[in-house]
Design a protein around this ligand. Structure first.
Ligand code: CO
Length: 133
């Protein structure tokens, strides 16, 4: 079962510059900024109610996020849906022949587990599923 939108991720070439809009002009708070070496990104988390905006800045030009930025430019990167059982969600999608980027859940921050659904199966939107521990 999908329980909420956990976050919406935006890719930007420069985190500080992106903050000029989201934080300074719009007034969103920043809960943390961290390096995620596994994904070669620096991420800022901006809480909005029960959800977050995540601003991603690639830190390595060979990363998937960097290639996305080069190809499609800055803007929306992915939407993340929180699920109560990621294995069940992936099984349901496999049964419906939806193409997945991650066939199995990956381990993330604070024991969360995540998997990405391929945009060719979703009408062009990169979708992340997220199970919070
Ligand atoms: Co995400």
């Amino acid at each position: 079962m999908i329980t909420k939108i956990n976050h919406i991720a935006i890719v930007a070439p420069d985190l500080d510059e992106a903050m000029g809009f989201w934080v300074e002009a719009l007034g969103l708070p920043v809960s943390r900024v961290e390096d995620v070496p596994a994904e070669a990104v620096k991420v800022a988390f901006l809480p909005i109610g029960e959800s977050n905006l995540e601003i991603l800045q690639p830190t390595d030009e060979s990363s998937g996020v960097a290639r996305y930025l080069e190809k499609r430019g800055p803007g929306m990167h992915h939407i993340c849906l929180e699920v109560d059982d990621i294995e069940a969600a992936l099984a349901q999608l496999k049964a419906a022949n939806v193409p997945l980027i991650n066939d199995e859940p990956q381990s993330g921050h604070h024991n969360t587990r995540y998997a990405f659904i391929h945009p060719k199966g979703t009408g062009g939107v990169l979708v992340e599923l997220y199970e919070v521990a």
